[in-house]
Design a protein around this ligand. Structure first.
Ligand code: ATP
Ligand code: MG
Length: 786
């Protein structure tokens, strides 16, 4: 370990080494982009371990789970995998979700609580707005959600809300006087559903640490060393957690760059970094000045931009790297031309310099800008991947399957239930669901409980509907029984078939429908990987709860294994912390970047400028700035002017390339150069339609491997039946009887205690010598009578 570590430490400059080996006490590293902050954090963890600090005592908080994974891998090369594995590392959300599970009972939550994603929250909020009979134009669910989110991140609970007349007034002024009532109902409903939204993961952690001193003490003692990357973008709630946990030992190391604070709109508080000195005693402050990432041209240009901001800490950033080529600025006539410029430049550079696609990134201010770029990339057959779009797990068909799984684990999960109670259609209409919701609210029970006890309730529905509800309950209960013994892969395969999801989607044989089935297959394949992966790690079993936790907190960024070679497309916000050889910053136009919505105050404009600084500093070798003179926005062609940010860069770093009107895409010419494009025939409307390039299918753990430069189309793998059909299952209709001694492939020997159910649902309760009593569905249980 020593030698390995010394070798690594030798790779740091002096300024980096100092914070790396500063073992104890509070410390802050403030430094510009690319100066090695993340590297310092990484090496520092390895150093701490070399000093005898147990991995279990180190908590490291990163901006993405992917960053955590990379850090861990890096550390593993120094300290070994078995040690690195024990580090607590991840985003605030993923780390504290784990802790909340362990402590859930204290807060009145089940340990298998569901994590509502944004879509679930939106649905619940919409439903509440509808139930309350409010005007949905005044109460836009997205605005309501973001308002609730900001309360939570400022630790304003429902109670605190109602105690603060100013908040009520502010909402009334915004013509939403019932905001507080919605907030209350939302919180109550989540609680009853055993669900937490993303903000709750932080809010409830704070609640846990303040209300239970013994819990706080436990985690203070566990996390003796705490490290936080990208500290400039922590919000108040995160700040308080870090503060509380580090209070006892004060071994807290935060790194960040005030010039890269870009999440104020989401509650990030730049004063956290500015005030760090006041929060702890004897803070050691470190500065790094040398940038290792980018060329002189890029570093200097970036400096000249951030210089325009008034609010900033003074910092020096310089580099010993090459001068490098100047930053290319390109003007196009339209957004379509811009896309073609980007695609052809990537294509040429790739060919000339023999570079992989992954050396290129295209960054934009808003997701909507990706379309014209995508069209152009597809024409050139350049594989790309959009980050930050709908994650695989948020697609409708995937959420449908996951909703079944969520309900199995947590039947109180209201959003999951509403999603699938009538999917596939089983004749349970919205009116019935509404009645159930009212009743559930009245009884203060979950909807599922009301359904289960439908005969004992006063819900006014007819006998036929009651039967349908009961059948649904039985269906879920059958799955629950299977879940006791099956792993998540087996379970999901069974559920998708039995619940009729596959059959439902098979009815739709449009290309979109086929893709949906492929996606479900991909999900199930991903589960298999997950199960095997978990078994390898050995400390976990690959069960459903673990899988769902993983899914709930995974973003499509995290699922990038890095093994597929593609150009990366993402918003600048997502690009924070990353680096690429060639970076295109597109759509540099007034009202787009800086955004029209962020030009009202100086501080908003400064945040836009920091965003531009982040964008430019992602580039290692070459940066390209592009803008168009007209662009389709909101369905209209609008004229645009070049962004003020281009003008703000010192001209000596720029290379204004010839306008490229003449380079406009010419199908005839390009087909000669790039091969036949005849399959992209014009449609009857005269527009050229392109065969939809198949995006790499995401799955847990990453996109489908693509060995070639092209998009690889995965052929649908047919779902294999999970077990043999009932006919050849040995015991399905055999005469298994109470008292028989049986042997199970996994649980060993046991005695049959009870047999219940009929037909395909026959279950046996078996008491195993080791492993306790289990209820097994006979059609799946591999049992031998002995
Ligand atoms: P950002 O502000 O963008 O998050 P950062 O300060 O975290 O940047 P790193 O990502 O840690 O910077 O480092 C930038 C690049 O420079 C990385 O590729 C890293 O490996 C490299 N680097 C950092 N320090 C050194 C060094 N001493 N010698 C060589 N390369 C280095
Ligand atoms: Mg970094």
């Amino acid at each position: 370990l020593e030698r390995e570590l010394q070798e690594q430490l030798a790779k740091l400059n002096e300024a980096q080494l100092a914070p790396t080996i500063q073992k104890d006490g509070p410390m802050i590293v403030i430094a510009g982009a690319g100066s090695g902050k993340t590297r310092v954090l990484t090496f520092r963890i390895a150093y701490l371990m070399s000093q005898g600090i147990d991995a279990f005592n180190i908590l490291s908080l990163t901006f993405t789970n992917k960053a955590a994974k990379e850090m861990k891998e890096r550390i593993a090369t120094i300290v070994g995998n078995s040690e690195a594995k024990n580090l607590w590392m991840g985003t605030f959300h993923s780390v504290f979700a784990k802790i909340l599970r362990m402590e859930a009972d204290k807060l009145g939550y089940p340990s298998n609580f569901t994590i509502y994603d944004t879509q679930d929250s939106d649905r619940l909020i919409s439903s509440i707005i509808r139930e309350m009979g409010l005007d949905k134009d005044l109460y836009k669910y997205k605005q309501v959600r973001s308002r609730i989110s900001s309360y939570k991140n400022s630790l304003i609970t429902v109670r605190a809300y109602f105690q603060n007349p100013e908040l009520k007034e502010a909402d009334a002024m915004a013509r939403r006087p019932r905001m507080g009532d919605i907030y209350k109902e939302f919180v109550d409903r989540c609680f009853k559903a055993g669900a937490m939204d993303f903000d709750d993961l932080l809010l409830k952690t704070n609640e846990l640490l303040t209300r239970f001193p013994e819990v706080l003490a436990k985690y203070q003692n566990r996390f003796r060393y705490i490290l936080v990357d990208e500290y400039q973008d922590t919000n108040h709630s995160q700040y308080l957690i870090v503060r509380a946990l580090s209070d006892k030992f004060q071994n807290i190391c935060v790194v960040g760059d005030d010039a890269q604070s870009i999440y104020a709109f989401r509650g990030a508080n730049i004063s956290n970094i500015l005030n760090f000195q006041n929060d702890y005693d004897d803070v050691k402050e470190f500065r790094l000045e040398q940038n290792y990432r980018s060329t002189k041209n890029i570093v200097n240009a970036a400096n000249s931009i951030i210089d325009k901001n008034e609010t900033k800490l003074d910092k020096v950033v310089w580099t010993a790297n090459d001068e490098g080529p100047k930053i290319k600025v390109n003007r196009s006539l339209t957004d379509g031309d811009e896309g073609r410029y980007v695609a052809s430049t990537i294509w040429e550079t790739k060919m000339n310099e023999q570079l992989p696609n992954s050396d290129f990134a295209i960054l934009y201010r808003t997701n909507a800008q990706s379309r014209s770029i995508e069209d152009a990339l597809r024409k050139r057959d350049i594989p790309y991947r959009i980050y930050g779009g709908l994650s695989f797990y948020q697609r409708k068909e995937i959420k449908d399957v996951l909703a079944y799984l969520r309900l199995i684990i947590n039947p109180a999960d209201e959003e999951a239930l509403k999603r699938i109670i009538n999917f596939p259609g089983r004749g349970i209409g919205q009116t019935t669901v509404d009645k159930l919701i009212v009743s559930a609210n009245g009884y203060k029970r979950s909807i599922f409980e009301v359904m289960k006890n439908i005969d004992k309730t006063d819900v006014k529905i007819n006998a036929g509907t009651k039967t349908k509800l009961k059948n649904f309950v039985t269906l879920i209960e059958t799955f629950q029984v299977l879940n006791e013994t099956a792993d998540v892969f087996e379970l999901a395969e069974y559920v998708t078939r039995t619940a009729g999801i596959i059959t439902e989607y098979k009815k739709d044989n449009t290309p979109e429908g086929v893709v949906k089935i492929e996606n479900i297959e991909e999900l199930i394949n991903g589960m298999k990987d997950f199960v095997e992966g978990q078994k390898e790690i050995a400390d976990t079993t690959g069960n459903l709860a673990e899988f769902l936790e993983d899914v709930a907190l995974s973003t499509d960024m995290d699922s990038d294994k890095g093994d597929a070679d593609h150009v990366a497309l993402m918003t600048i916000h997502l690009a924070k912390g990353l680096e690429f050889q060639h970076v295109f910053i597109v759509g540099l136009e007034e009202d787009l970047f800086p955004s029209a919505m962020s030009m009202n105050t100086r501080s908003e404009l400064e945040e836009e400028r920091r965003l531009f600084y982040v964008a430019l500093t992602r580039a290692e070798k070459q940066a390209y700035l592009t803008y168009a003179l007209s662009r389709y926005r909101w369905g209209k062609l609008v004229d645009s002017e070049p962004s003020r940010f281009i003008e703000e860069i010192d001209e000596q770093y720029l290379d204004i390339v010839t306008p490229i009107e003449e380079r406009r895409f010419n199908p005839m010419l390009d087909s000669k150069i790039f091969g036949d494009v005849s399959e992209n025939k014009p449609t009857s409307s005269g527009k050229i339609r392109f065969k939809p390039a198949k995006q790499a299918i995401l799955k847990k753990g990453g996109p489908t491997k693509s060995s070639s430069d092209k998009f690889q189309v995965t052929t649908p793998k047919n779902l294999k039946p999970m077990a043999k059909t009932s006919n050849d299952t040995n015991l399905f209709d055999s005469k298994l009887a109470v008292g028989n001694i049986v042997k199970h492939i996994r649980f060993g020997t046991g005695e049959v205690k009870k047999i219940e159910g009929t037909g395909a649902d026959i279950k046996a309760e078996i008491s195993f010598q080791h492993g306790g009593t289990k209820k097994l569905l006979l059609r799946f249980a591999k049992l031998d009578v002995i």
